[in-house]
Design a protein around this ligand. Structure first.
Ligand code: CP
Length: 303
């Protein structure tokens, strides 16, 4: 994976994904030490973030590297009208690798076209969020050694959620059955079901997790993202349309793990956090070793 840009899950093979998972496990076990010493990573966040940005920062600092950048477009020269291309060409002279989040779909691909440095897409609009998927799969593999044959529920904003759009591609590498659970207005876009049909991945569609919860090994829940709606009326019509609370837990199997990329709003009640099936904070914390391993591989330091 040396020098590769990570823009979309569709650029990654199953072998590469599993290789990354193995190296991330070794990083988590403390095998590599200060392997980023002398390296500078740029962290360019044109859109808000807590987990992705700070776990990248933690990942770099814990491995002995330096990280520079900005947390919002408003604190960069984008505010003065600088183009994305010019920003990327400029920053390329300051670092060894660029992590970038942007609200525009395709922005990460555009960035990778104007630099020879590896670009990591930390989320581009409603399109892709590959490193979230890497930590999601890593977390699933910590709970179940093999994902083949598992039933995985993907619930919530299936239309606009980049975490779902990336994750379903990675899950398609394994012999899983997918359960899409959402209000009709937020159904998974046809381009993704066409993709699944083409590669013979089986899926079912539900409006309520209570109809299929007992069958699931993982229920991956997402936030209904107000910021992705053009029409506030459309948002209001679907906001709060599903909630996992203590009562909702009774519709899941005793071994159904509950995941969420976070942040959450009201889709998982705080009372669920104490349940042994709730693994979303564990999931968020796995962002550090997984992102460390990815940076190490892209810079050719981890082989
Ligand atoms: N999961 C995720 O991308 O969270 P942030 O928006 O806080 O980075």
């Amino acid at each position: 994976m040396k020098n590769k840009s990570i823009i979309s899950l569709k650029d990654i093979s199953k072998d590469e994904l599993m290789y990354l998972m193995k190296r991330a496990k070794e990083v988590k076990e403390g095998k590599y030490g200060n392997f980023l010493e002398g390296k500078i990573i740029s962290s360019l966040f044109f859109e808000p973030s807590t987990r992705t940005r700070l776990s990248f920062h933690s990942a770099v600092k814990r491995a002995g590297g330096d990280i520079i950048g900005f947390a919002s477009a408003g604190s960069s020269s984008t505010k003065k009208g600088e183009s994305l291309g010019d920003t990327i060409k400029t920053v390329s002279g300051y670092c060894d690798l660029i992590v970038m989040r942007h609200h525009v779909e395709g922005a990460a691909r555009r960035a990778s076209d104007v630099t020879d440095l590896p670009i990591i897409n930390a989320g581009d609009g409603a399109n892709q969020h590959p490193t979230q998927t890497f930590l999601d799969i890593f977390t699933m593999l910590e709970k179940k050694e093999n994902l083949d044959g598992l039933n995985i529920g993907l619930m919530g904003d299936l239309k606009y959620s980049r975490t779902i759009h990336s994750l379903l591609v990675a899950l398609s590498f394994f012999g899983v059955r997918l359960y899409f659970i959402s209000p009709e207005a937020l159904a998974i876009p046809e381009r993704y079901t066409d993709y699944l049909d083409d590669i013979n991945v089986e899926y079912e569609v539900y409006k309520d997790f209570k109809e299929c919860g007992k069958d699931l090994d993982f229920l991956y829940c997402t936030r209904i993202q107000k910021e992705r709606f053009y029409d506030p009326v459309e948002y209001e019509s679907v906001a709060g349309s599903y909630i996992i609370d203590k009562e909702g837990l009774s519709y899941l199997d005793e071994e159904t793990y509950i995941m969420h990329p976070l942040p959450r709003v009201d889709e998982i009640a705080v009372e669920v956090d104490e349940d042994q099936r709730a693994i979303y904070f564990e999931q968020a914390h796995n962002g550090v070793p997984v992102r460390q391993a990815l940076i190490g591989l892209l810079l050719g330091i981890i082989k």
